[in-house]
Write a protein that binds this ligand. Structure first.
Ligand SMILES: Nc1ncnc2c1ncn2[C@@H]1O[C@H](COP(=O)(O)OP(=O)(O)OP(=O)(O)O)[C@@H](O)[C@H]1O
Ligand SMILES: [Mg+2]
Ligand SMILES: [Mg+2]
Length: 513
């Protein structure tokens, strides 16, 4: 075994040395980019999980008491919290959310107990803010901030009186007779456990996944709502590559990731558990990726024609750049270069969302984003291929809180008025589909030229957004504002916040990227 759990590769010694150097420089890049959370951050997250565990135990005792269970049942009952998602896989960044599944016993229902009593209990805590119940999602959940960290808390109900703290969610005993929603909610935890069992080296898998997530974010192909790859898709693709290269080093895994998926014959599904996939019916979507949790479930995907093309072209670019990683002068930096939107596209669809206050804006943006796929498809019909850049911009000098997106169009010339029919259709879709409970905000679509983009449009800030926009980055357009941007320690040029400035400073400072 070598550094970082890397193995003997069978290469001649001088090549193995170059491999080693290459992996070391990639690991250094990960550190420089701030991909490894600090011990302090880890401690804080552990403490959030610990406190959530205490809260759900208190909650379940209250529910048991309300349901008039005998005292010995009240004493015996238990609910538990299991982290999953990127935090559960150990690949979270300092701005990641915590995905944590709450598992409760047979008498605590999602509608009457989880969505009613638990939010009240959470709201009573000083550390908790912005509690939202997302009831109509495929995996319903409570979303809130705990000590400033975003938490996604879905619920699964098992047919037992007490849930052991270390409950084995792969054990059929616990899974018998569970309802559809609980099954879906458990699938994320099961998928994580399967992935961690399958990969030959957890450490190498985690490093690979961190690298390819950074690549996907920088190149604008990360984020399920915008039709790209989400965290779960990336995790399965990374685990697939690790499974096929048990003796690989980190650098060869990254190269292998790109060579594998640049030439993948989509829509052949990516399947980790071979036996789980039977060739019956066609798998869903353009890039089907099976969830490794049994039951032949696939990851939900919003990939469209446009995003398929962009993802594939980025896989090819990644392959082109990494296939010569052992050659003299190779450097990892080009792989992670931010995507040059402003020089790639001549025209952009500008999507301007606004609301009367920040709280309403969060809800409104979350709702509208859940309909982005239909907008993208309509734009494809009218303007052809489109690149739905997930970066969020704030027009900071506008009166109303707002979020703006700029989606690149492939056309060299466009009929600007065609956007009207797209807007009409999208408004219909947003207003008709489902039940938005919050207060309805504004949506304005327009077509702008590259020269009209805010200056900093090519910067993807690492500043993680609040509860609604988990996979997005915000950039403020402060040309006329007098606040001084504060840049990320790890990502120079990436705005993480703003400091008030006096007028003289304001005159002499410009936002630079
Ligand atoms: N499109 C999807 N299809 C199936 N499961 C999903 C999907 N999106 C999310 N999930 C489940 O929810 C979990 C958390 O998703 P989330 O979007 O927070 O991604 P993540 O892997 O935690 O990455 P990030 O660091 O961006 O939060 C995933 O690990 C997966 O189990
Ligand atoms: Mg997450
Ligand atoms: Mg989440």
């Amino acid at each position: 075994m070598r550094r970082g759990g890397e193995r003997y590769t069978g290469l001649p010694p001088y090549m193995a040395e170059i491999e080693e150097e290459c992996s070391v420089s990639l690991r250094q890049l990960m550190v420089n980019e701030g991909l490894i959370p600090s011990l302090e951050d880890d401690k804080k997250r552990r403490s959030v999980i610990h406190m959530l565990q205490r809260i759900v135990v208190r909650w379940i005792k209250i529910v048991a008491w309300k349901r008039r269970l005998p005292q010995h049942h009240i004493n015996a009952t238990n609910a538990t919290i299991i982290p999953y998602g990127s935090y559960g896989l150990g690949v979270h960044g300092s701005e990641s959310d915590i995905d944590a599944l709450c598992i409760g016993p047979f008498f605590a229902t999602i509608t009457e107990d989880f969505f009613i009593d638990l939010p009240d209990l959470l709201k009573s805590r000083a550390e908790v803010s912005e509690v939202h119940c997302v009831k109509d999602a495929k995996v319903p959940l409570i979303r809130f901030k705990f000590d400033g960290i975003l938490v996604d808390l879905p619920y699964a109900q098992l047919r037992v009186l007490s849930i052991p703290n270390n409950v084995d969610v792969l054990n059929p005993f616990f899974l018998r007779d569970i309802d559809e929603t609980s099954w879906r909610s458990l699938s994320g935890v099961r998928a994580n456990q399967c992935i961690l069992q399958i990969v030959p080296s957890v450490e190498l898998f985690q490093s690979l996944l961190r690298c390819v997530k950074l690549w996907a974010k920088r190149r604008g192909v990360y984020g399920n709502l915008n039709g790209f790859l989400g965290g779960v898709h990336m995790a399965i693709l990374a685990a697939f590559v690790c499974g096929y290269n048990p003796n690989a080093t980190l650098s060869s895994l990254v190269a292998s990731f790109f060579s594998t998926f640049a030439y993948w014959q989509w829509p052949t599904p990516v399947v980790l558990l071979r036996d789980a996939y039977a060739a019956t019916g066609s798998p869903p979507g353009l890039m089907p990726i099976q969830l490794p949790c049994g039951g032949r479930q696939y990851c939900n995907s919003n990939v469209t024609r446009s995003t398929y093309c962009k993802i594939m072209s980025e896989f090819h670019r990644g392959h082109h750049l990494t296939k010569g990683y052992l050659k003299h002068g190779f450097n990892w930096n080009s792989l992670f270069e931010p995507y040059p939107y402003a020089t790639t596209y001549a025209w952009f669809v500008k999507i301007h969302l606004s609301a009367s206050n920040e709280e309403d804006l969060s809800d409104w943006v979350g709702w509208v984003k859940s309909r982005f796929r239909s907008l993208l498809i309509k734009i494809e019909e009218v303007f052809g291929l489109c690149d739905p850049n997930p970066t969020e911009h704030l027009e900071a000098c506008e009166k109303q809180p707002n979020i703006v997106y700029y989606w690149g169009l492939h056309l060299r010339t466009v009929n600007v008025s065609d956007i009207e029919s797209v807007e009409t259709d999208f408004l219909k879709n947003v207003n008709n589909s489902g039940s938005f409970q919050g207060s309805v905000g504004g949506i304005q679509l327009s077509v702008v030229q590259a020269s009209q983009l805010p200056k900093n449009v090519e910067c993807d800030t690492s500043n993680r957004n609040n509860k609604v926009a988990r996979t997005c980055w915000r950039v403020r357009d402060d040309k006329q504002c007098k606040d001084k941007p504060v840049y990320s320690r790890h990502l120079p040029g990436y705005v993480v916040g703003y400091e008030k400035m006096n007028d003289r400073d304001a005159e002499s400072t410009d936002v630079k990227c």
